[in-house]
Design a protein around this ligand. Sequence first.
Ligand SMILES: Nc1nc2[nH]cnc2c(=O)[nH]1
Length: 377
Amino acid sequence: MNINTSNNRDNGEQDQKGVSKKRYMPLLLINYTCLFLGSVSSSLLSKYYFNHKGSNKWVSTWVQSAGFPFLLLPVFLPYYLFQCTQRKPFTRFTPRILSLSIFIGLMLGLNNLLFSWGNSYLPVSTSALLLSSQLVFNLILSAIMVKQKITFTNLNCVILLTLSSILLALGSNHDKPQDLTPTKYMIGFVATIGAGLLFALYLPIMEMIYKKVYCYAMMIEMQLVMELSATILASVGMVWDGGFTEMRKESKEVFDKGEGVYWVTMITNVVTWQLCFMGTAGTVFLTCSLTGGICMTALLGMNVLGGVLVYREDFGGVKIVSTVMCGWGFCSYVYGMYVNNHMMKLLDDHKQNINPSIEMAQPQPQPHSDLHLGLGV
Ligand SMILES: Nc1nc2[nH]cnc2c(=O)[nH]1
């Protein structure tokens, strides 16, 4: 059911805001949960794939987007099966939005390839070190492209998270692959820096585009088109490089846990990557690109804890300090956001007390207005 329409019908115009706000927090929590579960589990499963002799960069690129058909469920079920929305899927999905989604999807596909390429050649420590730069790029690009304010809270968080990743990288510099040649090192280095830059660019571009997207449902539809485009790019690479044949060979002859476990690992990884990217896109849509970047980077730190808990990796002094810094940076950011929201609410209430009629007549200056969230969710 369309929130705005149902609300107008049942409770009158004035309750619209209340219902939208009521839906905002649960929706945000669902996205944070998807991002958390998706990021930690996809990282652990990718590690499992590489630990047990999986090595193909195209395969690990392809699994990052190939789960796009799962997005058909949230796109079509609410309208056709549950009949809980009046907005038909892809309503007002203009050719411009379609072409932007395809373009961003190809960009994401390229990022996935560079990310996997870097991960397959470089030691974990080096790629973590290089990826730590993406949050700084993200802050700078967000400030330029979407006029993100640089405050004490977000600067503090970016510095702490960046230092945390650097520490993490320095603390695990013993895990060099044996066959790492200087050429492979150079390719891995450039690929990882490229991935960091592309990802830092992808987040504010998404924020800019989402400003034109009027509902959450449309954001999921865009995500479906983007992941489809990224999969087409990865599939072309797979066909060109014999990736599908390699996948079958890997499952039967190379992966040392057997064929069944290989396919279960692949399918689960496909699902978890979708959760991760869906959570990222939803977080950017509901908050801003910097929060998306901060969550992703903080989760890189959390993945260390995942490795310690699941693979019994050692958890020495440096990793402890890095994890504490990561938690501290993230918590201080969340606290800053909470204080900011609280102040905005107080200001709103104050304005409403002074002159309720002005408040009713003027659109809200917040990035996520009622229209933005209300329609079609
Ligand atoms: N560049 C980049 N790509 C990713 N894909 C999944 N996570 C990341 C990330 O943190 N950076």
